[in-house]
Design a protein around this ligand. Structure first.
Ligand SMILES: Cc1cc2nc3c(=O)[nH]c(=O)nc-3n(C[C@H](O)[C@H](O)[C@H](O)COP(=O)(O)OP(=O)(O)OC[C@H]3O[C@@H](n4cnc5c(N)ncnc54)[C@H](O)[C@@H]3O)c2cc1C
Length: 546
């Protein structure tokens, strides 16, 4: 038996590891085809300390990622051997959580915090109403059908939506799952206790050790290999893959697949059609061909209802539903910028601190309310080999179509320098940052940009996982009638679990391997906060007595 895995993101790499660990498939019988030039999918790392690092994605994890952690406990850390990746992650969080928080700062630099996050009993009852509505009644329904307009202007919603990237127009079905999965987080949206970060960027913390472990086990990793089509044996009711069509450096190869072989396909990527900019250019440089990561899913779904509805998640229409976000990585030398930024984020020294969301007036439905900027101070060093006097700040804007408050353009049209200008002007209540902002707009500009580089990334489909969907829009890990084909990633249906997480991709991988090969243990159950009395009690306190 040979195994072919399409997609070398966390999900594809996890699938290869589960094949080895759970199903005892020899590594040399596994091939991973990745369309991009490097493995890692959304967890990309590029750039350098001089031209500016590029980190398009952030990473927050919770304690309840059993599929991901049971895998990561088997993988040796790249930088901290013989510790496992999991042990390294937990130890890092045990020792570095003191300054880790998420605060809201208003335009005058004041910290906005209400003891109950602005929630009322009425909001609590609305949560209950949504929880008591079975999932089968939530097809296509939106979050704002269940909550009052007032709820969306609470501190709770601002903190929640800037962490989870959800909007009132998004899926009530997904939000209901999130409530159950993340109930323990309700009282901790501000102090972020229980939320874990990786010790370094996700590429070096997760992807590299996993890739190296797979390569050492004999797995054949093939970057620059786009699987553009899959062929099936003729059958009225069975789906058996008999060939892959793989395009690599302009050449197409046909890979024969036997009925005893297994094919695992990643259907789409949240980082699809990612565009990268620079200090002087808005994001416009694509890393792959447009539409590449969902092309195969669209082919599979063409003419078959068992493969879901990729058009809902990857189409021009999707872009009208808050699917787009712009992220940016700031690389800075010295203390002039990082000092005040770290103080604002609650850090005890430069390069230390948590997350900050800049409060706009009229957050909800105010089309001219700015980009809704947030940023996080990244750990030092965030990138292995990062010079000592260099610091990183990662930021994001959830309304990139809106005009900025100061730079009167959509965020996706802005250069890195314009994003920096908008950020600094928002923070001009701090005299040191005001000074920096003035310098950036004066003849001292060149001196400033030598020590301050901002690289923007546009992610057109990152938030499509929140699209209001019905139960059949996502295919199952093993579609009906499939004999040797499994599906992976964020667009495959796994009951109860929430997307936008490595756990989701890991779980689809584990489940697909288990169901297709009928070997090894079934995936552990999904954590459900409503059955955790401690979590329920603490969450209730938020609504009634804090
Ligand atoms: C901005 C952002 C923030 C995030 N924050 C978090 C977070 O805080 N916590 C968290 O747990 N998760 C987070 N995620 C989600 C994260 O992307 C996933 O957890 C993880 O990367 C998903 O892995 P994946 O393999 O399923 O998909 P991806 O990482 O998207 O990888 C899919 C890969 O498949 C490849 N591919 C697709 N089709 C083909 C084909 N036909 N041929 C060859 N290759 C193909 C693509 O090129 C891509 O590399 C975030 C994502 C983004 C974009």
């Amino acid at each position: 038996m040979r195994a072919h895995i399409v997609g070398g993101g966390f999900g594809g790499l996890a699938a290869a590891a589960y094949l080895i660990l759970n199903a005892e498939v020899p590594g040399q019988d596994i091939t991973i085809y990745e369309a991009d030039r490097q493995m890692g999918g959304g967890f990309l790392l590029d750039g350098n300390a001089e031209s500016g690092y590029i980190l398009p994605t952030g990473a927050l994890f919770d304690q309840h990622f059993p599929c991901a952690y049971r895998l990561l406990e088997k993988i040796v850390s790249a930088t901290n051997p013989p510790k496992s990746v999991k042990d390294e992650l937990f130890e890092f969080n045990d020792h570095n959580n003191d300054n880790w928080s998420h605060i809201i700062v208003d335009r005058n630099g004041n910290r906005v915090h209400d003891p109950r996050f602005g929630l009322s009993l009425r909001d609590g009852l609305d949560f209950l109403r949504l929880l008591l509505t079975p999932e089968c009644m939530l097809d296509k329904r939106r979050i704002d059908e269940f909550f009052s307009q007032k709820f969306f202007s609470t501190e709770f919603w601002l903190l929640w939506s800037t962490i989870m990237w959800s909007f009132p127009e998004h899926s009530a079905m997904e939000f209901r799952r999130y409530i159950k999965r993340t109930l323990p987080l309700f009282p901790h949206l501000s102090d972020l206790s229980g939320v874990l970060r990786t010790p370094r960027n996700q590429h070096q913390s997760l992807i590299e050790p996993l890739r190296d472990w797979l390569c050492a086990s004999g797995v054949n990793c093939r970057p620059n290999s786009f699987v553009r089509d899959i062929g099936f044996m003729p059958s009225p009711d069975r789906t058996t893959v008999n060939r892959l069509e793989c395009e690599s450096n302009g050449e197409v190869t046909l890979v024969p697949v036997g009925p005893e072989d297994r094919v695992l396909v990643t259907t789409g990527s949240q980082a699809a059609d990612l565009l990268v900019g620079s200090m002087n250019e808005a994001p416009q440089l694509g890393l792959g061909r447009r539409g590449q990561s969902s092309e195969l899913w669209k082919r599979l779904a063409n003419g078959s209802t068992d493969f879901g509805n990729p058009g809902l998640f990857f189409d021009d229409e999707t872009l009208k539903h808050h699917s787009r976000a712009v992220t940016f990585t700031i690389t800075t030398k010295g203390n002039q910028f990082i000092g005040p930024m770290s103080e604002l984020a609650g850090g005890s020294k430069p390069g230390n601190g948590g997350m900050v969301t800049l409060k706009e007036s009229g957050f909800l439905n105010d089309k001219d309310s700015g980009w809704l900027l947030s940023f996080a101070i990244l750990n030092v060093p965030e990138v292995w080999g990062q010079p000592d006097d260099t610091y990183l700040v990662w930021g994001w804007g959830l309304y990139p179509e809106n005009r900025g408050k100061f730079v009167r353009k959509g965020m996706a049209e802005c250069t890195g320098e314009e994003i920096l200008e908008e950020l600094l002007q928002h923070l001009s209540f701090d005299k040191r940052l005001q000074e920096l902002s003035s310098q950036l707009r004066s003849d001292k500009r060149d001196a400033v940009t030598k020590s301050l580089v901002c690289i923007p990334c546009e992610l057109p489909y990152v938030n499509n996982v929140w699209m209001p969907r019905s139960r059949v829009d996502r295919p199952r890990t093993v579609p009906k009638g499939a004999t040797n084909l499994g599906l992976l990633g964020q667009y495959v249906e796994v009951p109860q679990e929430v997307t936008f997480t490595i756990e989701y991709s890991a779980r689809t991988a584990w489940e697909a391997v288990h169901r297709l090969l009928k070997r090894g243990p079934a995936p552990p159950p999904v954590y459900q906060g409503q059955f955790d009395l401690n979590a329920v009690f603490n969450a209730l306190k938020v609504f009634v007595c804090r």
